[in-house]
Ligand binder design. Sequence first.
Ligand SMILES: [Fe+2]
Length: 418
Amino acid sequence: YVPDNAISSEDAQCHPEEVHITFGDKVSDVVIMWSTVGNCSSSVEYGPGPWGLAHRAQGETKLFTETNPNGKHYLHRVEVKDLGSSTTYFYRPTSNGVSSGPFYFKTPPSGYDWSPEFLVYGDLGVESDAISALETEALSGKYTSIFHVGDFAYNMEDEGGMQVNDTHKNDTSMDLCENKRGDTFLRLIEDFSSRVQYLTSPGNHEIDQGSFAHYRYRFSTPGTSWPIPLNKMWYSIDIGQVHFVSYSSEVFFTSDGQYIAEQEKWLKADLKQANDNRARCPWVIVLGHRPMYCSNSDGDDCTKADSKVRAGLEDIFFNYGVDIVLQAHEHSYERLWPQYKGVVLSKNYTNPQAPVQLISGAAGSKYKGDNEKARREEWSAFTNTDESLNSVGKLKIMNSTHLYWEQYNLLTKRVIDS
Ligand SMILES: [Fe+2]
């Protein structure tokens, strides 16, 4: 075993690894991130064809050691702004003249009147059986972006020489390994996260003893400085006719609740602005890791009458007319009828009078699936424990009045619900 930092050549020290991309403040801006062993510079060469990349953008390098004693220590972020619409760009991340790729991505059309399609899931670990199938799906060319709604790798800070404190299911097996799980995860998803804009939300497995360090350093989110500050783990972005809002369900469980009020204030202001813009962006879709309601039998927050997430968010989403709430955390799939405080307002989705809640947290991990309780409430329209594992959501915006959702099992290739 040769530790990474014992390799002295610049090629090895500066080779860009774990490349992934996301949107900047708007969809014509793309942020490119990667990791290196050594302290190397950050730039990207890019252009409209794979050869002779003529454009160059500079970015920044950050030293990342917090809860990361043995992982790759240098993280890179380069933002490429004001790209052309509906264009495929090729790019090479470059550190001290050492490049990898070329990788490629496409930019969305401009304006509002087009029909984007998204992949949506949470709870994807390095031990998922579905990563290869997910890669094939993600690279089909259909998707404008991917939303990973919390819980990455299980856990990114593990295998770094730290004592692991995994509160999710009392699992202690990971401290036997010598790798670095955040690096492993980003390497596993690189083939598609380097080519399809990968948007993120924080989950409970990113808490990292309250620091969220791996999440804040390894990812970048629209309209937010980098590393992402603890008091700004939320963002919004317009994609076509949708105003997407990502919030942190973790504010209710960390830092003695000191960020709850700040997020709430931001959420209300953001949703008010979104409502003022409904003529152009008729859909408002919010995403956050832990659900407000669920039919699972595991005793999680969403199963409780006094759920903290529900108490903190349900009224806001209802009052501001949010259309859809995309959630994860439960390792299963569930679709709810439009309902408010447990009262079902309709048993169809025609002009729903309350936000429609979906749970898609079964992209696969060592924890496998979560079971449902024996008797479900009236608001539970559909759940399927058996076929949920290894499934992801597909969201397609048809136009200003219709959208389509389905839950798709990556391994059986069966649509389990639509
Ligand atoms: Fe979770």
